[in-house]
Design a protein around this ligand. Sequence first.
Ligand code: PLP
Length: 456
Amino acid sequence: MNDGNPLLQHAAQLAQSYLEGVGDRPVNATATRDEIQGRLGGALTEQGDDARAVVQSLSVTAERATVATQGRRYFGFVTGGSLPVATAADWLVSAWDQNAALHVMSPLTAAVEDITNGWIRDILGLADSWSVGYVTGATMANFTALAAARHHVLAAVGWNVEADGLFGAPVIEVVVSEEAHYTIASALRMLGLGGERVHKVATDDQGRMRVDALAGALRQVAGPCIVCAQAGNVNTGALDPVDDIATLVHERGAWLHVDGAFGLWAAASPALRHHVAGIERADSITTDAHKWLNVPYDCGVVLCAHPDAHRSAMTLAAPYIKDTAGQRDSRAYVPEESHRARVVPVYAVLRTLGRTGLCDLVERCCRHARRFAQGLADAGYEVLNDVVLNQVLVAFGDDATTERVIAAIQDEGTCWCGGTRWHGRAAMRISVSSWATTAEDVELSLAAMLRVARQV
Ligand SMILES: *Cc1c(COP(=O)(O)O)cnc(C)c1O
């Protein structure tokens, strides 16, 4: 045995020492932009620098210039960490450097996709016929799903959108909730459907789509129609009543898309599963793996009940590309042609957690979120949402006070939470999405929040 490639060994050691320290350092980045530029910048050299020195300088700079999202007390946005097995699997993916596009390019990746697709369908309670693709995140999953929807609703009225585009096409009515994630609008824009040319359905106090309002909206539109619901509001965590929505949407003959970027994983817990009841009645579903499933960036998953529509929307033929006979080619389900084997960390996580481990991960984050809510409420602060999943919204007083407290919490460095607005008010948003967060981290963070809030 030789010692392998010293550069890779060195990088692995540096990565490991980063991970060992990341739970205890200030969560926020403390390096300034100038400092980072100073360490890494300068003119591109003629001869290039030594590889070991480049890796070393990236690593040294990262210590204070990254945000410790891999630590245990990062509660910003909806950001998962990366389980060690997922990071390990991702290293293998980089080492293998497989192009996942075609079965013939990587039989390993193709097989891992087949296996993992089955597991994900099983967790969600979806029929085996659902097609699955691994994209960069929920944004592209929404894009892919809505491309399949666009194909399907126009094919039903005799229009081939892939061939003929939208010029002169029958009008597609798109119905979204007023709380739809903004990346639904990004996807609609890229698809030529217009980010703002949508019918917005009113929501309730938790941000759930109101079924009566949806019924009203559907009565007003004729022709091809796509409805976008959501499982997991980025502020409150609330989930739209998908079962009731599905009934209305299907009566109308429309397509139902559900954006479940993080909330969909409620399906993994018998205690929470009722929140996504009816999900199997959707026509397409989006989820992220880099959020609650805790794989490294980037990985999202698109699922579709109409594989033909999914493939028709994504596949273009080329003379040198023959679909491998009888095999599933990954390229047919994603917008990218060449792409990384991003399914592999997903496989590794599901394989090691099993049903129980996945359920524990989801329930643990929800339990931590409830503890935050209770601790903040006990101290007299106002929790603005019903904590049904892993999201908590809290106000520390008027808007200016809340904003000052958020900034001070970020500076203090024990934990990191972001700000948002909810129903016209400034709020701090706590999202518990990392596998690494322990009950002790929650107590430490809560104590820091309360200490800082009293001082402000
Ligand atoms: C995070 C999120 C998105 C966007 O996901 P990316 O992975 O950032 O592309 C879309 N919808 C919802 C509900 C989300 O929470």
